[in-house]
Each structure stands twice: as C-alpha cells, then as structure tokens.
Design a protein around this ligand. Structure first.
Ligand code: S3P
Length: 168
C-alpha cells in the first residue's frame, strides 16, 4: 500500500506524511529530498536558478520512475507533480494505492509561507495565486480522498487519512 500526498505548496504534505508514516509504520519518502540528492545542489532555489524549472521537472520525473517499484510507503510529493500524468501513474500503480489531496485555503497557505524563502514558485504571490487556481482542478481530479486541512492539527489530519483508508 502506498499513500501519495498531493497538494499545493505549504499544505502540510511533509509534516502529515511523516506523522502518518509513523502511525502506519510505513517508510516515509519525500520526493523533493530525492530530487535534491540527485541534483547535487544545496536547495531547490539553486536548482531553479541555475538549471531552470524544466530541469527540476525532469529530475522530478526521474525520481517518480524510481519510486514506481515501491510497494509500501507514504510519499510526500512536490506541489507540481500533478502537472505530469506520468508521475502520478508511476506513484499510484497498484489498486491499493491511495492519492490523498491536502486541500488548504490560499489564505492559510500565505500565512504559513509568509517568511518562507525556500520555494521559488512562491516568491511572487500573484503568480502563486494563479498557480493555485490552475492546479486546484488537477488535485481534485487525481484525488481518491480529499482532506480539508484548515484549522486541523497534523495529528488530526494523519488520523483522518488512516481512518479513511481503513487502517484504524
Ligand atoms: C513546487 C513545489 C515544491 C517543490 C518545487 C516546486 C511546485 O514542493 O517541489 O519548489 O511546483 O508547486 P512543496 O509542495 O513541498 O513546497
């Protein structure tokens, strides 16, 4: 069983994923970390600045392909994986796999990321809002389960997911 967490930047995929992996006793995989390792760069900004977004997307696809053989894991994705159908197909390739969308209001995300300097696609808030609007439908379409995360704790969200997939 794999649980694939999708959602916009700042929706809590990493924190929820870590918590969920502990409670379900499954390995936790963070795609952005694997991308960083592959790139040999220090951070995501550096990849975008030096090699461009397209290169980042190429690495993201390569990491997704590597993960296709995994049978059990909680996977925290980057907010942009829904731009590439192939990535989702690599991650969700068994009937028991579940894609969970952490749906968070844009205002909540802005509050969370107001001092964040690690996300190149959130540097310009107007642009980020456009991305948010454009991606909403994609998250919706890929989601087997949607969790509205506003005002919920990490623990509560992880609990809701575990319950939703019948693991509690
Ligand atoms: C991106 C989201 C980031 C990271 C990269 C691109 C996106 O991950 O993959 O900066 O396109 O939305 P988080 O969703 O973990 O911030």
């Amino acid at each position: 069983m794999k649980i694939i967490l999708i959602g916009f930047m700042g929706s809590g995929k990493s924190e929820v994923g870590r918590e969920l992996s502990k409670s379900l006793n499954l390995p936790f995989i963070e795609m952005d970390k694997l991308i960083l390792q592959k790139s040999g760069r220090k951070n995501i900004n550096e990849i975008f600045e030096n090699c461009g977004e397209l290169y980042f997307r190429k690495l993201e696809e390569e990491v997704a392909k590597q993960l296709a053989t995994l049978e059990e894991a909680v996977i925290s994705t980057g907010g942009g994986v829904v731009l590439d159908r192939m990535i989702i197909a690599c991650l969700k390739n068994r009937p028991e796999d579940t894609v969970v969308w952490l749906a968070t209001k844009f205002a909540t995300i802005c509050e969370r990321l107001k001092n964040d300097k690690t996300r190149p696609l959130f540097a310009d808030i107007k642009n980020a809002k456009k991305l948010y609007k454009a991606r909403k439908t994609l998250y919706e379409n890929y989601a087997d389960m949607t969790i509205a995360t506003n005002d919920k704790s990490i623990e509560d969200i992880a609990y809701e997911i575990a319950k939703g997939i019948g693991e509690l």
